[in-house]
Design a protein around this ligand. Sequence first.
Ligand code: VG1
Ligand code: CO
Length: 542
Amino acid sequence: MIRTVPTTPFTDQKPGTSGLRKKVTVFQQPNYAENFIQSVFDVVDDKAGATLVIGGDGRYHNREVIQVAVRMAAANGFGTVIVGQGGILSTPAASNIIRQYGAIGGLILSASHNPGGPTEDFGIKYNIANGGPAPETVTDAIQARTLDIDRWLTVEAEDIDLNVIGERRVGDMTVRVIDPVADYAALMETLFDFDAIRAAIAGGFTMAFDSMGAVTGPYAREILENRLGFAAGTVRNGEPLEDFGGHHPDPNLVHAHELYELMMSPDAPDFGAASDGDGDRNLIIGRGVYVTPSDSLAMLAANAALAPAYRDGLKGIARSMPTSAAADRVAEALGIPMFETPTGWKFFGNLLDAGRVTICGEESAGTGSDHVREKDGLWAVLLWLNILAVKRQPVMELAREHWARFGRNYYARHDYEGVATEAADGLMAQLRASLPGLPGRAVGPLTVQAADDFTYIDPVDGSTSARQGVRILFEGGSRIVFRLSGTGTSGATLRVYLERYEAVGGDLLAETPDMLVDLIAAADSLAGIRAHTGREKPDVVT
Ligand code: VG1
Ligand code: CO
């Protein structure tokens, strides 16, 4: 019944910031996906009879890999596989299913915000029993296994019909195809004041939600249109498509520009939002005002107690290092701890499990709470809706009040995409080498106060993660962070994060680019961006 297929290792299967991401054509090579999945299964203890969750964001190649993974799970002794109908599970929904059904872990087939289609990207993430991304100890073990794997296991079985809800058998294993939306929608109803949001809608409150042709369409339609009562058509691009309808499902001002233009126009609804390929990120735009993800985290934390789930207050807040310090000021005002972690949601898991934080966020538009162990795009949208419904206030007014109380962290991220790997590595190496001599150095009107390469020591288990990004801190509180992306599939992407704090009483309503002029110049002079990359300007500014 069980078939052992001989194989040889691939040397490029090291998981990045969020799973293994490659071009579809790479994943289509014989044994490629199988080797990685078997390596995951080989490092999972106690899988005999255990439950595994499998789902994806619906992108090209999703269904093929699900069929392969189901047969391999049966051969590896899992008792049950739970899979979303149509092969669909958003990342936060998968996290919830793992927790709710006591699964040992889950495979999430997604390359998140990367484009999809036959010539675009595919990915596999492994989440552990707490519902969160596998921590580095686990991803390191998986990678080590990919380097000496010599066989993978499967069973002879037909493809299962992913479109029909219900139970079937594959080998000795049960496969349950479930509604991908129902459990998640029910969870959201326990967290938020749906009646308050319904009342606001009845009073004329409107919104636009852009699913970008990716996984959140069915979730957003069910929750926003069916359960809350927003008008039909509130959810745009709501069919999950294999190529996302040609969209680049990264919810930022460049790729979600239609939504942005709508929100800045005279016809703007009260609230605009978008989510990414796998539904874990969110873009928030009020009528006439873009809310940076770092500000969104701070504003949500400051007002979270207006939602039933957070009525008793927050235990703490965590943000990734490159995320602006806006939330730090909220934590200080609330008298709760603040944690600064490396980029990637896997670093929040221990803090959430230990009950030390309630809300987490990243500058890349990921926000979430202890309700699951992933960032959660629709959760952030619903918390915003709950807050706006209770406060009966436009986003613009809420933002201005927030800045007037806490000051404002002007913030932008500049991405240089598709840079030659050697050029990007050279830039980072030179920058790292220059760190000891930087403190005290004047760069234009700015003076460097401190400079280092971020090392994180996990306060829960003491594990250390070094080389997590170069930070250069200037006198007065401005900051530049440099790091290379760990989610791309070709060349390197240099991310430059720029932040300037303007205190209460300062210029709180300026245009962000104007406020960052000196920092942008300093970034080039410190890192030699033009010299190393040959680029005059970033490809994407968010
Ligand atoms: C990017 C973001 C990071 C996020 C990661 C995964 O990583 O910067 O904040 O956690 O993507 O998100 P990187 O290494 O490219 O900067 V997702 O929604 O793509 O799973
Ligand atoms: Co994502």
